[in-house]
Design a protein around this ligand. Structure first.
Ligand code: SF4
Length: 325
């Protein structure tokens, strides 16, 4: 049994004061990842700051799009009428994640902060640079079927496990964060980071910062969006490869394209080269095949995950065909 303090806060300012008093504390909302990490001894914060009572659950239209409170649950966002009609890609990605029970508890902010599901990260008897800097990487020469093909380092080849974040990267979302110094906005594609020499750091949040909202700009992708998730079983499994596709098609020609992939990197992976190859082209199978053929430029397999080098282009073609139909 690991002892920890528990504190429930009622306002954002009180929460920011609380984290300033104990910087080693962890915020807890749904707890769907943090509680597992604590039970397994992967993390042991001396204090939990329960933020469930903060007024951060609203989903509301703004002059430029939509704002989603960080404490809105994954279920609430997935079934929200505005999200379903204006941002169907996000609704699809959320429905692809976890299980209904988990989606009822998990929040938007928590989803962004969930940690890799690399088995060595959760097994405290094994080396893992992300859990314990300098201890080594069990996955590099071990079981790495689920691991990265883009942006990995010799310190860590883990992938980010979220589906929601893949859609948010494709939709050019922005993370809104608060600290005692004020508010700042982080483009979603920059929020998560690559492992480099410091894989223990997952994202760009600074000490004392709290995620308060995610903003998504309006778009023209309502008719042609699709989230394809390929996994070992059809529910309650993390992606081997996932693809978020959003197209704007006018007179059978692609006027705008967004593609991001999950299960392939330490962060949701935007495929700008594929987007460029699609834009201005006819919405045809030939275009999709040609664009997908360059998707794995710069990718590298680590043995057991080499199949992702073939799976990703195929998944992109299938998602494009579905989105464009
Ligand atoms: Fe740890 Fe990353 Fe290696 Fe997995 S891939 S064992 S998370 S360092």
């Amino acid at each position: 049994m690991i002892n920890f303090d528990y504190l429930r806060t009622a306002s954002v300012n009180a929460t920011l004061d609380a984290i300033k008093r104990e910087p080693r504390a962890a915020f807890i909302a749904g707890g769907t990842n943090l509680v597992d990490l604590m039970k397994r001894g992967v993390t042991s914060p001396p204090r939990l700051i329960d933020i469930n009572n903060l007024p951060l659950k609203n989903i509301e239209r703004t002059s430029s799009g939509i704002s989603i409170g960080a404490l809105a649950t994954n279920s609430a966002v997935a079934i929200n009428e505005m999200i379903r009609s204006d941002f169907p890609l996000l609704s699809q990605a959320l429905h692809a994640g976890a299980s209904p029970q988990l989606r009822n508890m998990a929040t938007v902010g928590g989803n962004m902060l969930q940690r890799t599901r690399c088995t060595y990260f959760y097994d405290t008897t094994m080396p893992c640079n992300k859990r314990q800097a300098g201890s080594g990487c069990g996955a590099l020469g071990g079981y790495n079927r689920m691991h990265a093909i883009f942006g990995a380092s010799d310190k860590c080849i883990a992938v980010h496990p979220s589906d929601m974040c893949v859609a948010l990267v494709a939709l050019n979302a922005t993370a809104v964060v608060r600290s005692n110094k004020g508010e700042r906005r982080i483009p979603f594609g920059d929020f998560h980071r690559l492992p480099g020499d410091t894989p223990q750091t997952d994202n760009q949040l600074k000490a004392g910062e709290l995620i308060t909202a995610v903003e998504i700009p309006s778009n023209k992708f309502q008719q042609h969006s699709f989230y394809l998730k390929i996994r070992d079983r059809s529910s309650y499994a993390f992606a081997l490869v996932s693809v978020a596709v959003a197209l704007s098609i006018e007179n059978n020609r692609i006027s705008d394209a967004r593609i991001a992939a999950g299960g392939v990197a330490h962060k949701p992976w935007r495929l700008l080269n594929v987007e460029k190859a699609l834009t201005g082209q006819p919405a045809s199978v030939e275009t999709f095949q040609k664009a997908a053929s360059i998707a794995t430029q710069g990718a590298k397999g680590y043995g057991q995950n080499n199949f992702k080098l073939k799976l990703l282009p195929q998944a992109i073609i299938q998602a494009l065909e579905t989105a464009s139909s």
